[in-house]
Design a protein around this ligand. Structure first.
Ligand SMILES: Cc1cc2nc3c(=O)[nH]c(=O)nc-3n(C[C@H](O)[C@H](O)[C@H](O)COP(=O)(O)OP(=O)(O)OC[C@H]3O[C@@H](n4cnc5c(N)ncnc54)[C@H](O)[C@@H]3O)c2cc1C
Length: 561
């Protein structure tokens, strides 16, 4: 058993920042992740991090973030986010992040991003996440954070009403590990792996959100999911918004640059609007390909030297996946599940909140698994990396200040470790294939996961209807029954049993899928990224809010600027 002051669950950008500030406050801090921190999804972040460098631009950044969030943003949180941005970029610069530099202005170069009127997204080519993560990891190591990076955490542990730690299994041995802490910070990332077509890695399985929910901590706005407009067809690998920031345009099968007709900001409209426009083009039969199921991204107007210098990852991806170069060929794209705006509700200092808005003792949250209110119903590109840094650091500071130090911590009850092991065994026993060595069971956790992804994409994806929710929930119930019968293949052993991890992740995904169907059904009006199909006007322009629909105002997509 490990006893510490602050336990951070997750080694992505939010987890690293939280752990660093907690350790710098003199707390014994342990950061646990299921993979090496540098393999977290944050490392895949591409286009950049938003930072306005003048007061005038900061005010614009605030207004534009609030407008893009469609009235669901928490304004105080947005102000805090935008006002700390310049300091964040400066800190990363000082610690060695090689931001692209604008010699003329003598400041980090900015590129335009969707929904923004000024080029304020600071970047390192299109590998910004990797650069930030490297710097943040170095800083965390320097601050004395202890890393445990092959432990899969399963559930939170409670001591009365206080969250007092977590337990999981160590990959190399399969042994149960218990972490007992004065404060726990959840920073376990998003749940993009719920969908078939996604920009997220296979590890984005929402484990943190599932742990919180099982411990009785509610999720806020769980149904608000951002589908990024440009995922590579058919896999959904991300083509960063940076491409459109540099001048790329979307085209339908008639080679029409349709975004100029759909939104006044054209290809740099807010993400929800671009995604709806693509869905509409496809529904109206203006998609490309035999089945008309994708549109094209045209980067040919970007000079090839600029493409290689500013979007190297995009050039690599298209060359590897399609054997084409974006300077000469159009890229097939479709909307791809990208980001969960919802998550564990928390206040401005990272305290997790219960259903009536009171802090849950001992629990804090940051990053994509948290819902601070900065994204509202539609996140602006470049704001998530900023959020992980700003609110990750705040959660670390608060947890360090409020936690009971490990020395004063009440000792873990003797039975804690045994109870954790027993509860895991109880969960696993029916799934282990003991005694059936050599016989392959009909279904494995991965079979179920594959089917789950198909169900979610078909019944709870870019657009919603009550009928589809009901059909999807019924299919999910059947899948749950089949999951209860599936078996871990032939390896009943615990060490390096990757199927055990697949099982635990799939269990979390199934649990979160159920929550998603009921949350989606409860939201009866379209807002931001959440679009009810019955409120779709299938005319020249895409979707509108129910109020606009009733008023008959559906000629252009309206959004306060
Ligand atoms: C392809 C892509 C490109 C993006 N580009 C941008 C961009 O340019 N700008 C921007 O602002 N945003 C971007 N985003 C969004 C942004 O990168 C993420 O939202 C953000 O990095 C999430 O950080 P995080 O620390 O919350 O989670 P993650 O980076 O996902 O880290 C989660 C951590 O939790 C650990 N973990 C999870 N479950 C468990 C468990 N059960 N036990 C132990 N550990 C666990 C993982 O190992 C990992 O270390 C992009 C996202 C994607 C997918």
């Amino acid at each position: 058993m490990t006893v510490c002051d602050v336990l951070v669950i997750g080694g992505g950008l939010a987890g690293l920042l939280a752990a660093t500030t907690a350790a710098e406050s003199g707390r014994k801090t342990v950061a646990v992740s299921k993979n090496h921190p540098l393999r977290s999804h944050s490392t895949a972040a591409a286009g950049g991090i938003n930072a306005a460098l003048t007061e005038e631009d900061t005010v614009l950044h605030i207004e534009e973030t609030v407008a893009a969030g469609c009235g669901l943003c928490d304004r105080k949180a947005v102000e805090l986010l935008c006002r700390e941005a310049a300091a964040v970029v400066n800190r990363f610069l000082r610690n060695g992040t090689p931001f692209q530099w604008n010699e003329e202005r003598n400041e980090p170069e900015g590129r335009p991003f969707g929904a923004m009127s000024a080029p304020r997204t600071r970047f390192v080519g299109d590998r910004t996440g990797a650069a930030l993560m490297q710097t943040a990891f170095d800083q965390a190591e320097r601050a004395g954070v202890r890393f445990e990076y092959s432990v899969f955490l399963i559930d939170l542990i409670k001591d009365g009403s206080r969250i007092a730690g977590a337990y999981g299994i160590r990959t190399e041995t399969g042994a149960v590990e218990v972490f007992w802490a004065g404060a726990v910070i959840l920073a376990a990332g998003g749940a993009g792996a719920l969908f078939d077509v996604t920009s997220n890695g296979i590890g984005s399985t929402g484990d943190g959100a599932a742990m919180a929910l099982r411990a009785g901590v509610p999720l806020r706005d769980w149904e608000l999911i951002q589908f990024h407009p440009t995922g590579l067809y058919p896999s959904g690998f991300l083509i960063s918004e940076a491409a459109r920031g540099e001048g790329a345009v979307l085209r339908n099968k008639d080679m029409e640059a349709f975004m100029s007709r759909c939104h006044e900001k054209g290809d740099l409209a807010p993400r929800d609007a671009v995604t709806r426009a693509i869905v509409t083009e496809l529904k109206c039969g203006r998609g490309f390909g035999k089945r008309g199921d994708f549109v094209l991204l045209d980067c040919r107007n970007i000079p090839s030297e600029r493409l290689s210098a500013r979007l190297p990852e995009l050039c690599d991806l298209t060359e590897t996946a399609l054997h084409i170069h974006p300077s000469t060929h159009l890229i097939p794209v479709i909307p791809t599940a990208h980001y969960f705006m919802g998550g564990v509700a928390c206040d401005l200092d990272g305290r997790a909140l219960d259903g009536i808005g009171f802090p849950v003792p001992g629990l804090y949250a940051a990053g994509e698994c948290a819902c601070t209110g900065v994204h509202g119903a539609n996140r602006v590109g470049g704001n998530s990396l900023l959020e992980t840094v700003v609110f990750g650091a705040r959660a670390g500071t608060t947890a360090a200040a409020e936690c009971t130090g490990s020395k004063a911590l009440s000792p873990p009850p003797e039975a804690t470790a045994a109870e954790a092991a027993a509860s895991l065994n109880e969960r696993l026993t029916p799934f282990l294939n003991t005694g059936e060595t050599g016989r392959r069971p009909a279904e494995t956790p991965l079979d179920c996961r594959r089917e789950l992804k198909e169900i979610m994409s078909a019944y709870c994806g870019t657009t919603h209807t009550t009928v589809r929710h009901k059909q999807g929930a019924a299919k999910l119930a059947l899948l749950n029954r089949r999951f209860a019968r599936c078996r871990l293949k032939t390896d009943p052993g615990r060490p390096y049993n990757t199927e055990l991890k697949d099982f635990l992740e799939t269990e979390n995904l199934l649990f979160l899928a159920e929550a998603l169907f009921s949350a989606a059904e409860e939201r009866s009006e379209s807002i931001g990224a959440f679009c009810r199909e019955d409120q779709l006007y299938a005319g020249a322009t895409p979707y509108h809010t129910a109020t606009e629909w009733r008023k008959g105002r559906f000629l252009t997509e309206r959004r306060p600027l």
